[in-house]
Ligand binder design. Structure first.
Ligand SMILES: [Fe+2]
Ligand SMILES: [Fe+2]
Length: 374
């Protein structure tokens, strides 16, 4: 959209178009002393024609970050740091410490035998395991053991702590939270558990034993919480589900073979404010571009390829993380003709949908592909 077209719309369609005069400037200055302002001086900025995200598309290469993440092991203890995390800062969102939009993300590292203190907060949280063995997360007395590409929830208000077993290895995982959203809403609380570490009061991995049956739900088990009773989504059944689905579907034009992690009790998103998906791009697959409201954080879980976001090409390989801001065109490609590629992602779509704000649009021009600008 050109500046002249915007000007045309503003001239013709009732947008603010008021030139400064000495008299008007004096008036604005007078209003400012009263804690007020003239709406027409800000209307075009605060009411854009369409979402104009302040976030920029970015990619963080794991091979650039990994050594520095590991270095944190020598610099701070989990007790000192609370959480030993290197966070991902979007160039356009450093004021709210967001990776994109209102979503936070970081890379957390723990050594064998370490366990952070138990806490809870208003922010909904997830982790996606990147490397290492022996990691565990406790959520409200449920302990889950975690391996690479496992996805685990620590929903809003649940007591949780993370650690690595004595006989494990150094573990790194990606955290995803809606901390910036909670702060934007002035609704963020944080508490440390009175006992520092909570007791494990259920059999280990009971959440998956009860709720992860394919197409089955346990008879007579009640669940009234507003988040998924399945707290861990393991990689093996997730990948298997993608392969099975891929065997019978052409997939989405925009996402390839995409499956959403769901709350098995409702079929809805895993948490109230954060949704998550895993998608598979077949060998050689290149999707078309679309855009929609909602902010997305992706991690390559398998393979290699590239995505074009707002005209910028980002090449990714396993463990690289990239973001797609709201209402920016994006498309994905598997870089291999032999191997499939998998992208994990989390997003704020449950918020968009709950508030009636979800909107989606395909790129019509150029065969559905963006020209690459950089
Ligand atoms: Fe937490
Ligand atoms: Fe999309």
């Amino acid at each position: 959209m050109t500046a002249s077209y915007d000007q045309y719309r503003e001239d013709r369609l009732g947008r603010a178009n008021v030139a400064d005069t000495p008299e008007r400037i004096a008036y604005y200055e007078r209003l400012a002393t009263l804690g007020t302002g003239a709406l027409w001086t800000v209307a075009n900025r605060i009411e854009p024609w369409e979402p104009a995200s302040g976030s920029v598309p970015m990619l963080w290469r794991y091979r650039d970050l990994r050594e520095d993440v590991l270095r944190a092991l020598d610099l701070v203890t989990p007790e000192q740091a609370g959480r030993r995390v290197v966070y991902l800062e979007n160039k356009g969102r450093s004021d709210v410490v967001a990776a994109v939009g209102w979503l936070y993300s970081g890379l957390q590292v723990m050594a064998p035998g370490e366990c952070a203190s138990s806490h809870r907060h208003s922010a909904s949280a997830l982790r996606f395991i990147m490397e290492g063995s022996g990691a565990f997360t406790n959520v409200d007395g449920h302990r889950m053991t975690l391996g690479a590409n496992d996805f685990v929830l620590t929903p809003n208000g649940t007591w949780h702590e993370h650690g690595v077993a004595e006989d494990g290895t150094i573990c790194i995982w990606q955290d995803g939270l809606d901390i910036p959203l909670m702060n934007a809403l002035d609704a963020n609380f944080y508490e440390v558990h009175p006992d520092l570490n909570q007791a494990v009061s259920h059999p280990v991995n009971d959440s998956t034993a009860i709720w992860a049956g394919a197409g089955l739900r346990p008879a007579g088990v009640a669940w009234s919480k507003p988040y998924s009773p399945l707290l861990k989504y393991e990689w093996a059944p997730t990948y298997d589900a993608l392969l099975r689905y891929a065997s019978v579907t052409a997939g989405s034009l925009y996402d390839g073979v995409l499956m959403e992690y769901v709350n098995p009790h409702t079929g809805g998103p895993v948490m109230q404010t954060i949704g998550a998906s895993m998608q598979l791009l077949r060998p050689g697959e290149r999707t078309r571009a679309h855009r929609h409201t909602g902010s997305f954080v992706y991690q390559c879980a398998k393979g290699a390829g590239y995505s074009i976001v707002n005209g910028q090409r980002f090449d990714w390989q396993e463990r690289d993380i990239f973001v797609v801001p709201s209402w920016m065109y994006h498309e994905h490609a598997n870089g291999s003709d032999r191997e499939d590629a998998c992208l994990f992602s989390f997003n704020d779509l449950p918020v968009m949908r709950a508030l009636g704000l979800y909107r989606e649009e395909a790129l019509a021009e150029n065969g559905g592909h963006q020209p690459i600008l950089s």
